[in-house]
Structures are given as C-alpha cells and as structure tokens.
Design a protein. Structure first.
Lengths: 935, 324
C-alpha cells in the first residue's frame, strides 16, 4: 500500500454548489480529516505492536497488561517535549514573566539574625512613604502551614521569633521595586538576639529555647524534630561477620540550583477570588495552605502554575512568600508580584540535608551481606518541610537492591538556625546510598572479590519483599550491572589502570511514586485523576493536575493518550495549569507523575476509545473486538480497507451526547507492612540503576576529573527515550556536582557564605564528562505500558561510582562530600603520612587478587540470573522475601524460624547503647506527653 | 536585585576623561571608572561601594591600541588571548573567567580588579547581617571579619590573572590623571592593602601597559588553581618567565597572584635559584621558598593552607619548561 487511507472521504462533490452558498438541508460539513499536515492515515506499524498482540515487537520479559492498547503511535519513540517550542522561542511564561495590569511590586524584609525574639515592629514610616500601598507583618497572618500535615510549623511571616538569617519578618507592596526596597529600610524591628544553634549535634541536646515548640509532642527540651528507629533481621549476629566496613560520613548541604528564582503573582479578581500565579511543583498543596492561612475556602482560590524553570524538589513546599503576595494583594486591592533575588532562593532553600552518617556493612564468609547498620543525623535547618519523610528515607531506601541479613537504623532530624532543608532530587536516599555503596566496595576489597560480581551475587529477585516489607515488582538491576560492566570495559580496567586513573561502580534504588498520599487515605481517594474531552474537531483535551516542571509530564500524559487513541501528538492538548480546571493531583515529587498520571490517563483513554469504537461499530458493522486503531483511522483487523476515519467515528459517538468525555484515576494497590513508619518508602514500583565512572585524579592537587560515565537505569519502559536519556544525563550532572563541588558552606559565624552561583559551584560544561545513557526496560507489571520513574533514581549511583573510582585511582577512601580538591588533598596527605611516603606520586596503586570466594560468587550470580529470569517471565511464581538467601522459608513468618530475627521499631536501651552513634542520642529524651511530671 | 542609579559619562579622548574626573573631584562627587564592567557592575548590583558617577572608558579609541608590546587598557581579554603579544599573556588571558566574560572584560579592568572576600562580595542584606565589614563599612567603622580586632588593613584578595604574567615579563604600566601622565614598573603599581589596592590617585586611570622588546626572548608559563575551568576566579596563580642558555638559565622571574591583597613578584627567591641552577631539583626548592613567602588568609573558596601548598605545586609545574 503506498499512501495509506485518505482521511477525507471525497463526499458527493457533484451536489456541491460552486458559488459558496449552501443547499438547504444538504450542508457539507467539510473535510473530516484532521490532525497534522498528512492527509493520509497510516496503518498500525506492526513492528511497534507487541508480540503478545500479534505484532513484531519483541518482549524479552513477557507481555504487559497494557499491550492491547499499544497502537504504535508514540510510546518508545524519541519525542521532543510538547512544550519545547514555547521554551526555545522564549514564549513560555515563567513565574517572573507574569505581569498583570496595575501591578505592585512586593519585597520582603528578612531577618539579619540567626535566632532572635521580635520585641516590636514599627511599620508606620514605611507606610507613610509615597508609593507604598501595603505593608504587612506576621500579625496579619497567624495560621500555620507546612507541606506535611503532621508538621505545620511555618507562618507567612515571623510571629514571635526569627529562626535563621533570611527568615521573613515583614513585606511591602509598592508602585516600584525601588520604592519597595526603600520602604523596607523604614521598617523598624527591635530584636532580642538569642543563642543560635549551627552544629547539628548541638540540636540533639536540651536547649533553653528550642527552635520550635511542639507542645506535648515535643521531644524532651531538645531540637530533635523527628527520630526513627528500625530493626529488622539478624541484627545481633551480623556483628560477628568476618568482613566489616565502618565509616563515618559527612555530607554538606546542597541546593537544587534551579535556573529560575522563585516568583509569585497574587491577584484578587473582581469576584473576590484569589488568582495565584506561581512556578510550583505541587499547586495543590499551595491551594490547601493558602486556604488555611488566609481563612478562605478552597473554591475561592485558583492556583495557576506558570512554566517552571527547574524544581528538583525545591519548589514543592507551599512557601511563605506565596502567602505574603496574597496578603499584600488583599490589603492593597491590586495584583502583587514578588520576584526573588538569588540569595533569597538560598534562604528559602529546602535543599538536600547536611548530614552525618555512620555506615556499617557486614559480609559473611559466603559473600552475603550479613547486615547494614546505619545511624543518620540530618540537619533540618529551621523548619520541618518534608523532614519527617527524609528521616525515614535515609534508612529505609537502602534496604534494596541487595538481600541483607539484618538492618539496623537510627535516624534523627534536628532543627538548627539555618535555612530549612527539604526535598531534593533523590530525596533522602542519596547520601546513605553513597555510604552503603562505598562500604560494599570496601567489604569487597577485604574479601578479595570483584565488587561487580559481589553485587550480582546479592541482588533481590523480581517479585519479592524487602526486609522492611516493600513490595518489589520488576527489577532490571542485574541487566543494569551487566550492561555497564560490558560497555565500560570493566574487566580490563578495574584495579588495572595506572596511578591516578580509576574506575568505580555504584548502584541505586528509588521509589516510583510515594505509596501514601500525604493528605488522604489512598483507599478513599485516588492518587491521580485525568479527564479527557473530545469535541467536534476530533482533538482530545487532557485535564490533569500533574505539574510539568520541565521533566516532561505534559508530554508523558499526552503520549499515553495519543498511544491508546492512535492520534498524533498534535491532536492532544494538555490543560494542566489551573486548579480551576485540573482535577486534584498530588503534584510533581517522589517521582510519581509518569507512573500515576499516565496510568490514570490510560484508563481515561480506554474509556474514550470504547465510546468511539462503539460508534465505529455502528458505522461499519464490525464488533470493537475486531477493530484496530490506526493513525486517525479505525478499521477491521482482517481487512484494513474496511474502516472509518477517527473523526467520523467521533462525530457518530457525539450524536447523542455532544462532546465526549472520559475520566480515569489511579490508586496504589494495598501493600506494605503494618509497623510504625511502614508507609515511608513504600511505592507501587521501584527503579534501579547502576553506573560506572572513570576518573582521573591528580594526587598532587587533589583534583578529580570524571572522564566518562556509563549510566544504566531501569525505568521499566522508556515511554520517551529522549526524555529518559535527558534525565539520566541531567542526574549525572547534578550528582557529580554533589560529589565533587557543590555545597552550602557556612562560615564560622554561621552565615551561609555562598548564596550565589559563583561560589556555589555547579559544574560547568568543561567539567561534565561524556555520559553514556543506557536504558534498561524491566517492563513493570503495574507501570503505564511497563514504565517506572527516571527522574530521581538516576542521580543516586553516580556519587558512589565516583568515590569508588577515586579509590581505584589512588587507593584513598574519602568519607566527606563534596570531594573538593582541598579535602581530597588533605586525605592524600594523611595517607602519605600514614604510609611514610613523601611524594603523593609514590602512593601505591591498588591491585586486585581474587580470593576463592570470587568463583563462588560468580557461580551464585549465574544461578541468580536464571532465577530472576524465571520470576520475570512468571514461570516461577513462588513467594520470595528477603531472607531466602539466608535459608528462610518465605511462606512462614521469619521471626518464627529463627530466634534472633527481629522486627522492631521501638528501641530498647541496649539498641542505643553505643555512645558513638549520633542520631541514637535522640532517644535520650522523653516526649513531653510521656513524662509523668507534666500532669 | 537593582543597581542603584548612577550617572554614566562617556568621554571619547583621554584628555576629556581626565578633565571629567578632575571636575568631579573638584565638585567632591564620587565616581568610578568602568571599562568592561564585568567586575564593577556586578559589585554595584550588590550595592558594594557604589558611586553617583561612573566614567566609561569604552569610547576612547586610543585605549584600544593593541600591538606586540603595547596593550591598551580597553583591549578585551578575548582580543588579548588571540592577539600579537607574548604567548604567556595570551595563555593567561584565555584562562580568565568564561568565554562570554572575556568578550567584555578588559586588560585595564583585570589589572585594577577589586579585591575579593567572602565577607565582602555579598548582597547588602547579607552584609547587614554580619554588621558590615571594614572594606564596605557603610559608615559604621566596622571591623575586618577575616582577621577581627585589627581594623587597619583590609586583607581582601586580589584575584587577577594578568598582573603576575606582566610582572615576570617586566612590563611597564602607564597612567593618566589630572596631574599628568606617569609610568612605572607593574610591580610598583600595586600597594599592599585590600582597599586601595594600587597607587592610582583619585582621577587617575590606566591607559596601557607595555612590555620590553627583550621579553621576546623569554619563555614563560602561567599555572592557576581554580575549581572550575570556567567562571571561577583563581585561588592561587603562579607566573614564571625565564631565558634559557646552553648552560642553564640567565633570567628567572616568578610572580604569584590570588593569595594576597596584591600580586607579588618574588625577586629574591628567583635570583637565589639562579645562583646554583640545577634544573628540576632547584625548581622544587624554589617552589618551597615561594610557598613560605606567600601568606593567604581565609577569605576565598579554598582554605589558605591548601592554597599555599598548591603554590608549591603550581610553581613546580610553571617551571617545568626550564628543565624539560
């Protein structure tokens, strides 16, 4: 067939009048062809239809539940983002592009003190300044808010005290930015400075003035905001293991470094409704927070998400400046715009927590991981933000991808007088992951085993449960490792390169969507909802609340709809910007959007498709089961000549109802354990990744240059390989920044020394190595078309890969990030002194002598590869829980099978006895409500 | 982030510029010179020592003259990188900041670069939160934040790359001002204090630098320490120039930058090294001597101890050409 089927039937042209007038009752509705310039529709491309549906697309991991909905339209094709033309032509309106008529400019007065009580504020002089239209202080807004309902500890502006330099004190709206800035200097604030806390370990102690007061829930009189204890498995026996790696890590705090500073415009429209324009990752939480802070019902607020110039977790909290803009707009009766300067971005922060992590990894004589013991103290800064969750994630997200004999975790998050830490790409998992993976390398070194082999011989299989009860469905971990090993030439390079050149491996594991919505029970309300609307033009409008923050969620949702309905992407319109028109969505965080929204979109599209197919049935007389959706055409499976155009079928379907609508929703299946904190880290699917990095280290200066990185990520199914590769490379860039140069650096007075992009060292193009993105597709049974996340997980492995490569290069282990040249150099100096070497160029080059265990592990890895394939293809459906490798029966409760096996989230005094453990000290305090003396 | 308003003057000749300056001095009006603006305007945005008048040198054609031994103050770093001057200058110019900045930044601006410090190169709100500092005290008489309780000297760091290179080439700097023109060795141009930085009097500015004909016979190298290849100011820099003879070296000059408030030429150490020149082993000795002479403080990105140690490595590397 040469050109496919013409979209436009020729119609009865002889009856058509040539003079432009219509014949009564014989109106020709014109050409029903639509969608793009190609007037011919294509048949389904058989090469893109899966085996299971009779097509030619290979399915090495078996069929998927969404196979019948594959039409070959867009899934799996490299697809430029649907909003990319807006961006590259400069027409996309970001937060600070929004200009409403008659606007005022708002500025914020910030605290110059780390910690101080506000004695008084006098705004009268500022109010009297010509051009000032409104001034507001904490008095105008006393309601609390916060991203997590359990830890609402923020206000629009300081109430009684300021908690860090840069904390909001007052705000001004004026006719111009100059006037607003001037007005700030007329606001007189009397402070009573209090003793501030900057070191996170001080946060563990009792304080006269804890940074927050949580009433009866306060933990002692300390600044501990959250503490977590988890103990699973043989946590006593692991200490007897022959191979042990113990390290004490320091991780600097990080900022997301997004391009676009925060910006907001608030306007109370003539109907008295608040219109708030903001570049937000989670418009819905802002919506909720605005409602409670302003005491205005939610239906009186419309949150409009602008284009977002980068989020990475840094724009997912509801922010005080958003409240300020709304308050100023209310007071002045005019739209108010607040645009941040760069240092304000650092003051609102929400970046990665500075942390100190004690990591112990134990391995037994059979080359199994006998246990992991982690103590993580994290510095939350002045507010809670997502910290409750972060405290869990620092522990629970390293219970996979390996099978482990025991897991002992103590974690604590403390308040300090710094800008608040929060969620950042790879939330909570990044630092402890780095520590675990480096410890595994260390253990392998002790054992005389190739770290690649060791990992391959200790992986959890597909369809299993982790030690704390996470349900793993698909995993492509093994394939990721195999690929990077092969492509990097690992076997020829590991411990074989000259001094100064090294190669290292690291793995990653991350959630694909948080299983528990923050604000409601998933049993009662779905995670994501998508509405479709198809009107006479045949195009489909998608209403979703998923926030496109540059990651391409609009594109992914459009692709899902386009695929099921076999329509070209330009016939799909996404409306995801306004809370007035978008169904409630939890927003773009925890790598949930592709998984949850695309699943909802597929369901909605299937519903729409059924309506259109039924209409086609009426026209051509074939049952929908025997109809196929080609490109804008529905035809009989056995004879493509019998068919009807998409638009004709749509019009038929619309005959009774008018515009077609359909709706789909997604909720997670019931899963996970029942212990306290079981929901933290629980996800409907998990992504896996393995990276190899090759580095060059200058032993004389401590400079590290990453030469090349091979980055394999299991995203289930690459809906859009172009976007996945972009995410992998972008993650590598961000992760390399953390491992080599980025840090929020605080000086001896506690001030943040580098709130700017010159001294906050994000890697430039010169430092960026070639990254080889390798996509691994494990075909997740519940993911949309098999897909899982690809936005955060790919960041994790690059850190340990680089650190392990540094060891391979010069034989020096580092345990402080970033590995800036000065830090590495001082570690090199120490090593030289220890070894009695004068010139660092004489450092011994690490070598590798395989022990007898190497062959055993290679065999085990081979057996496990076979095991995993059988489970993947569902040929082996036996249950598998973490522990089977250690001889447990997966079908009986593990504690019943072995005396030492513990599953506890309540520490005993013995569990916390080690005085060197930091976070464990958080339990030296008793919660106020549990102190008898309170009564 | 708003630059405070200032009046921009755009003279087209050196005389006009000098007269303008003299007039402003007479009227007791504060002013700054601006050439490329990549240093000054960034500081203005942060409200650091801003002035009501700014005199731009960009329209004075004479200042753009660029020959093998004559470099006008308005020659852009990009032009210097690709120009006819000594290869050492071209190399150093190519390492400064980023491609974009080099298109704008000038030789004069680089030589007169304001000194930098963690406690100074910050926004106004930030500096208010530390109660200001000696270099920009906003009339508070604030103390130095790097070395407290001294309040006399500013220890901000000079982080220019060209000065040490010109020093080792024995260049001369030429100034013009209300009191006429004057010239001096570039080493004499800098005067130890992070605030005054150099000998320029109010109303005086750099017109050009010249290098001697003899510099043609010199080989040289410049080594710098910066975390990233782009954007970052040097954290330490070593320039060296030498003349090789059949038996060894007849000339050796070494200068360092980015470690103190002014760049510094190490005449004695270099001369001492020449006395008993023994190739590689002497370079190691002289490198150690340089390390001892320079005393950085804790006010830039890398800690001072590390910068000092790296001076040793940089010197060794800069001198590699003397024996290899």
């Amino acid at each position: 067939m040469s050109k496919g089927y013409r979209q436009a039937p020729s119609g009865s042209s002889d009856k058509k009048r040539k003079d432009g007038k219509r014949i009564a009752g014989k109106q020709d509705f014109g050409v029903p062809g639509s969608g793009g310039s190609n007037p011919y529709s294509e048949l389904q491309d058989i090469e893109r239809i899966p085996n299971s549906q009779g097509g030619q697309l290979e399915q090495p991991r078996g069929p998927h539940v969404h196979d019948p909905h594959i039409t070959g339209q867009t899934i799996g094709k490299a697809t430029p983002l649907v909003d990319s033309r807006w961006k590259v032509t400069g027409q996309a309106e970001y937060g600070d592009d929004i200009r409403l008529p008659n606007e005022l400019v708002g500025r914020i007065l910030r605290s110059p003190h780390h910690y101080a009580r506000i004695v008084s504020i006098d705004t009268s002089a500022a109010e009297a300044l010509p051009g000032v239209r409104a001034v507001s202080t904490g008095m105008d807004s006393v309601n609390r808010f916060g991203v997590l309902p359990v830890t609402k500890d923020e206000h629009a502006m300081a109430q009684d005290k300021v908690r860090h330099v840069g904390d909001l004190v007052a705000c001004v709206a004026a006719e111009s930015e100059e006037i607003a800035i001037e007005a700030l200097s007329y606001i007189h604030v009397d402070y009573e400075v209090m003793e501030s806390i900057h070191d996170m370990e001080d946060g563990l102690l009792d304080s006269e003035n804890p940074i927050h007061d949580r009433g009866k829930y306060h933990i002692g009189e300390s600044n501990v905001q959250k503490r977590v204890f988890q103990q699973f498995g043989h946590t006593d026996a692991m200490h007897d293991a022959p191979f042990q790696s113990k390290s004490d890590w320091t991780f600097a705090g990080l900022h997301h470094g997004f391009t676009e500073p925060h910006a907001v415009v608030a306007h109370w429209d003539p109907n008295g409704r608040l219109q708030l324009y903001t570049p937000q990752q989670v418009p819905h939480y802002v919506h909720r927070a605005l409602s409670s802070v302003l005491d205005v019902p939610m239906h009186q607020i419309n949150v409009i998400r602008t284009f977002v110039g980068g989020g990475f977790g840094g724009k997912s909290d509801p922010f005080p400046h958003e409240m300020c803009a709304a308050i100023l707009a209310k007071k002045s009766g005019r739209p108010v715009r607040i645009n941040f300067d760069r240092e304000e971005v650092y003051w609102i922060n929400r970046g990665r927590h500075p942390s100190r992590i004690q990591m112990e990894v134990y391995a037994d004589e059979k080359g199994r991981i006998a246990g992991i013991e982690t103590d993580a103290l994290i510095d939350g800064g002045a507010f809670a933000s997502f910290g409750h969750v972060t405290t869990y994630y620092n522990g629970v997200l390293h219970t996979s991808p390996y099978e482990i004999g025991g897991f002992h975790y103590t974690g604590a998050r403390v308040w300090t007088n710094k800008p608040a830490s929060g969620a950042m790409r790879g939330h909570g998992a990044v630092n402890s992951r780095c520590a675990v993976e480096v410890a595994i390398d260390d253990v392998c070194e002790q054992m005389g085993v190739d770290p690649m082999t060791f990992r391959l011989a200790n992986l959890l299989p597909p369809h299993c449960r982790t030690i704390t009860g996470f349900r793993i469905t698909s995993t492509g971990m093994r394939e990721c490792l195999d690929e990077v090993r092969k492509q990097s030439g690992w076997d020829d390079k590991f411990r074989k390169m000259p001094l100064g050149r090294g190669i290292g491996v690291g793995c990653g594991f991350f959630i694909s969507g948080s299983g528990l919505p923050i604000h409601w029970d998933p049993e009662n309300f779905p995670h994501a909802t998508v509405h479709l609307q198809c009107d006479m033009d045949g195009g489909v409008t998608v209403h979703t609340g998923a926030a496109d923050i540059g990651q391409g969620s609009d594109t992914a949702v459009a692709q899902a709809v386009s695929e099921v309905l076999a329509l070209p992407l330009d016939m799909i319109r996404i409306r995801s910007r306004e809370s007035d028109t978008a169904p409630v969505d939890l927003g773009s965080y925890s790598s949930r959007v592709t998984f949850m929204n695309c699943n909802a979109a597929i369901r909605a599209a299937i519903e729409l498709r059924e309506k259109v197919l039924n209409a086609a049935w009426e026209i051509i007389g074939y049952h929908p089961d025997s109809l196929v959706l080609g490109d804008r055409r529905i035809y009989y499976k056995r004879d493509p000549a019998i068919g009807v155009s998409w638009l004709q079928a749509v019009h038929k379907a619309q005959a009774d109802t008018g515009s077609l609508i359909a709706s789909g929703a997604y909720r997670t299946p019931p899963m996970g354990g029942v212990h306290k904190g079981a929901a933290a880290g629980l996800a409907p699917a998990y992504s896996f990744s393995a990276y190899v990095a090759e580095v060059e280290v200058d032993p004389e200066t401590g400079f590290v240059r990453v030469i090349k990185a091979w980055a394999a990520h299991d995203c289930g199914k690459a809906l859009n390989p172009l976007a996945v590769e972009g995410q992998i490379i972008g993650s590598c860039h961000m992760g390399m920044g953390q491992v080599l140069s980025e840090e929020m650096r605080y000086g001896r007075t506690g001030h943040l020394l580098n709130p700017d992009l010159l001294d906050y060292k994000i890697m430039s193009v010169h430092e960026m190595p070639e990254v080889v993105p390798i996509i691994v597709e494990s075909n997740d049974p519940e993911g949309p078309f098999g897909a899982k996340e690809a936005g955060e997980g790919p960041l994790l492995p690059i850190l340990p890969a680089v650190v392990n490569a540094i060891y391979d290069a010069i034989g020096v282990r580092v345990n402080e990030l970033p590995v800036s040249p000065d830090r590495l150099y001082s570690t090199i100096e120490k090593q030289c002194r220890k070894m009695g070497i004068k010139d660092p160029l004489d450092l011994p080059n690490p070598s590798f002598e395989p022990s007898a265990l190497q062959a055993d592990l290679e065999n085990r890895a081979k057996e496990h590869a076979h095991r995993d394939l059988q489970r993947d293809l569902l040929k082996d459906r036996s249950s598998y829980v973490n522990g089977v490798l250690f001889g447990f029966d997966p079908d009986r409760p593990l504690p019943e099978q072995s005396e030492g096996w513990r599953e506890s989230v309540t520490p005993t005094p013995e569990d916390l006895a080690d005085p060197k453990k930091r976070a464990a000290r958080a339990w030296s305090h008793v919660e106020r409500r549990k102190r008898r003396d309170d009564a | 982030m708003k630059t405070p308003p200032f009046r921009l003057h755009r003279p087209t000749t050196i005389d006009e510029a000098v007269n303008l300056a003299a007039d402003l001095v007479k009227r007791k009006q504060g002013f700054d010179w601006v050439s490329g603006g990549t240093d000054l305007l960034a500081n203005y945005k942060w409200h650091i020592n801003t002035q009501p008048h700014v005199i731009s040198l960009a329209s004075i054609e004479e200042l753009t003259r660029h020959g093998a031994h004559h470099i006008g103050a308005m020659v852009r770093l990009h032009e210097l990188e690709h120009g006819p001057t000594h290869p050492l200058l071209r190399k150093a110019a190519g390492t400064i900041a980023s491609t974009l900045i080099r298109r704008s930044a000038t030789v004069g601006g680089n030589l007169c670069l304001d000194t930098r410090c963690f406690w100074f190169n910050q926004t106004e709100d930030w500096r208010r939160s530390i109660d200001w500092c000696h270099k920009c005290d906003c009339d508070t008489g604030a103390d130095c934040r790097v070395i407290p309780n001294q309040n006399t000297l500013c220890v901000a760091t000079y982080q220019g790359d060209l000065a040490p290179c010109l020093m080792v080439l024995d260049a001369t700097i030429h100034l013009a001002g209300p009191e006429g023109v004057r010239s001096m060795s570039i080493a004499d141009f800098y005067a130890l204090d992070g605030m005054t930085r150099n000998v320029l009097k109010t109303g005086e500015f750099v017109t050009h630098v010249s290098t001697p004909e003899e510099s043609n016979d010199l080989d040289g190298d410049y080594q710098k320490l910066s975390l990233r290849e782009s954007w970052d100011f040097p954290e330490a820099g070593v320039a060296a120039a030498w003349k090789r003879t059949d038996t060894g070296l007849s000339t050796l000059r070494i200068a360092t930058t980015a470690c103190e408030s002014i760049p510094r030429i190490h005449l004695e150490s270099a001369e001492a090294a020449l006395v008993d020149w023994n190739g590689e082993s002497t370079t190691i000795e002289v490198a150690e001597a340089i390390r001892r002479e320079v005393k950085p403080v804790n006010n830039t990105y890398f800690p001072p101890a590390y910068r000092r140690k790296m001076l040793r490595v940089l010197t060794k590397r800069a001198l590699k050409g003397t024996w290899m």
